[in-house]
Design a protein around this ligand. Sequence first.
Ligand code: FAD
Length: 398
Amino acid sequence: MNNNYFDVIVIGGGALGLATGYELGKRNAKTLVLERFSFINQQGSSAGVSRQFRIPYPDEYMVRMVLDSVPYWDELQTHTDATLLDKVGTLWFGDPSVKTTEGNIEAAEKAMNKVGVKYTPLTAQQIEEQYHFKNLPKDYTGLFQADGASINLLATLETLLQRNQASPSVTLREYQSVLQITQKNDEFWITTHDETFVAKKIVVVPGPYINNVLTLLDFKVDVTYWEMASAYFKKTKPDIQYPTWFVFQEPTAEGLHDNLFYGFPSVVWDNPDYIRVAPDFVMKPLSNPDQRTHVPNPQELAYTIQWVQNHMTGLEPVPHFTSTCLIALSTIENKEMLLGFAPSSIPNHENIVVCATGWAGKFIPLLGRILSDLALDGKTPYDLQPFQISRTRFKSIL
Ligand SMILES: Cc1cc2nc3c(=O)[nH]c(=O)nc-3n(C[C@H](O)[C@H](O)[C@H](O)COP(=O)(O)OP(=O)(O)OC[C@H]3O[C@@H](n4cnc5c(N)ncnc54)[C@H](O)[C@@H]3O)c2cc1C
């Protein structure tokens, strides 16, 4: 059993699991990272190859957290020649009063002002002239924040995987789906289809499969699942370049809660002749991850195509290809990301560290540090209050 005994077992080897393994390895903790599929797979929330790094957030603590993540990105960058954050800037525009799941422009400006983040306010005309959009309503406003970036997610995952492989204290095991968790004498006995591993502490980061794993610990969190579509439009003008962007608008169709689209520049590592645009609203939530089809919701796609045709220039009118990515979204108001220990009603809760839901791509290396600190020290210097869920919001399944 000694070979199967670890200080910490990380359940889930996606972006957060690998970032946590990396930080645990730096502290020489005997660590096991268990991954259900292969490392770097297309089955979870880290599918695809790009994410947005952006500072505009409606809450000051989120703005600060993005800034706090920068030194961790810088450190990770020293381990690879690939550029992890391609600083093309963030453009936010639209109706400044519209409130969405991603926040709104007015609140983001206030939060950035408070923290002292520099940005350039823009009119609709300036946005059209400088950023290749067209036919924007005249009362739209916007802002450009120069530190926004396109995250090379694939290179980030590869770098983290290499750092884990290079660490003498980290063991990586793929195709090991955690099927059972039992507690004996303050230890966690983690069973996969063919082996059992033991640790005093666990970090639970299974991405959209969060409740499949939490159920093994007799609780779950309030989430909805969404298969988000992305559409790739070929550039007709090769020199045209977009920043990373979000547009905030009032819903125009019945039954539409949000009317938010976001897009990426063309980047060397992701189909360089194409631009990715995605709808950022859920039209057809799934009740569990197994309902995933890998096919974009046709209506979400149709709205996206219509928006691109009406408002973007230098692109072919229909996408050449599409992709989907699965995410679990918290349904608890103002809790985009859930982060902390299991609820106190769960035995040994202070040794169960959980992180799930939300748009955590921009925080990957920072979250690795926070999760490893929580596992090894039981605390972190970061204020996790905004991400903790009160006991009542965890559902005991007993
Ligand atoms: C379409 C889309 C767009 C996004 N855009 C942005 C963005 O622009 N900016 C941003 O900051 N964030 C963005 N995000 C969010 C970001 O990508 C995720 O927060 C991040 O990738 C989550 O990583 P993770 O490690 O938690 O989850 P995952 O990458 O899903 O990793 C979890 C891993 O756990 C494994 N696993 C599951 N169950 C088990 C089990 N029982 N046993 C063992 N292993 C298991 C899975 O196979 C998976 O590999 C986006 C997400 C999606 C889906």
